[in-house]
Each structure stands twice: as C-alpha cells, then as structure tokens.
Design a protein around this ligand. Structure first.
Ligand code: DQA
Length: 149
C-alpha cells in the first residue's frame, strides 16, 4: 500500500482567495489542495485534506492520523502561535510533520514570530505562497523515502 499524507488546514484558511489576498494570494484552499494532490500523485503518495476552524477537530484529525497516515502537513493558521494542544497532538503522531505557512510569519507582526508547532515538526515551508503546497508535499515525500532506509 502506498504511503499517505494528511494535509491539515486550520482556522480562517477556508477563506483563502477572499481573505487578505495581498498577503495570502487569490487562490482558494481547494486550489491548494488540488496542487497538493497532484504533487502527491507524482510521488505515488495518497493525500487526504481536512480543514477546520475548531482546535478540537484539528486535534481529533491528528489523533485519527496515528497509524493511518505516514506524514502530516499542517498549516494551523493562528493556532500555530498559540495551541500547545495541537503541539501535544503532533508530538503523539509517529510519522513525519511538515509545518506550512503561505506567508512568512517571521517577517510579520511579533505575535506570529513564535510557532509552538515548530518544536514537533521535522521542518517548515514558509513564505512561498501557494507554491508552498507543492514544496511541502515534496518535502514530506523525501522525508518518507529517506526514513525507509
Ligand atoms: C498563516 C500565518 C498565520 O500567522 C495566520 O494566522 C494564518 C495564516 C499562513 O499561512 O501564512 O492564518 O498560517
């Protein structure tokens, strides 16, 4: 069976395309999911996508990924800066974790400079806009390939 990735999107990302397009671009989340699916397909990987504005639903999706997905790509939106509960859920996930942001939080307001997810991620793709979705899938695919050896 081929490996699979869970692409998780947090609060307000359902508004991508309409929300602050100068910062987040004009593509919708569905566009980004399509990009990620195509990239996963190129690597022979499956990909499932889930978005929620609720912290608890994101945590439950991470729990459900245990034993079912090999990697999680997560753009947790503003929860990236606040949610130790998502941090703990990711710490309990045995697969690879790639943190993703469209913008570069380090170049924005100070409250965005800390990611509480970063300590439990293998790495982060930030600041590349929509291109980040393909880059994040590529990163996850490479991590999964290298961890087989
Ligand atoms: C974001 C950056 C976060 O600071 C912000 O709260 C978001 C989007 C990004 O993709 O750039 O909602 O995660």
């Amino acid at each position: 069976m081929s490996a699979t990735i869970l692409l998780l999107s947090g609060p307000n990302l359902n508004l991508l395309g309409e929300r602050e397009p100068d910062i987040y671009g004009t593509e919708s989340l569905a566009d980004h999911v399509a990009t990620a699916l195509a990239e996963a397909g190129r690597h022979g990987l499956g990909l499932e996508a889930f978005q929620s504005n609720y912290e608890g639903e994101l945590i439950e999706a991470i729990h459900a990924a245990r034993g079912n997905h090999d990697a999680i790509i997560i753009n947790a939106g503003a929860f990236s800066h606040t949610s130790w509960a998502i941090h703990d859920a990711l710490a309990a996930f045995e697969g690879k974790v790639v943190e993703l942001h469209l913008s570069n939080p380090a170049a924005r307001e100070p409250f965005r400079h800390t990611s509480v997810i970063a300590p439990v991620a293998d790495g982060a793709i930030v600041g590349f806009g929509g291109l980040g979705y393909a880059l994040a899938v590529d990163a996850a695919a490479r991590l999964l390939t290298s961890s087989k050896h």
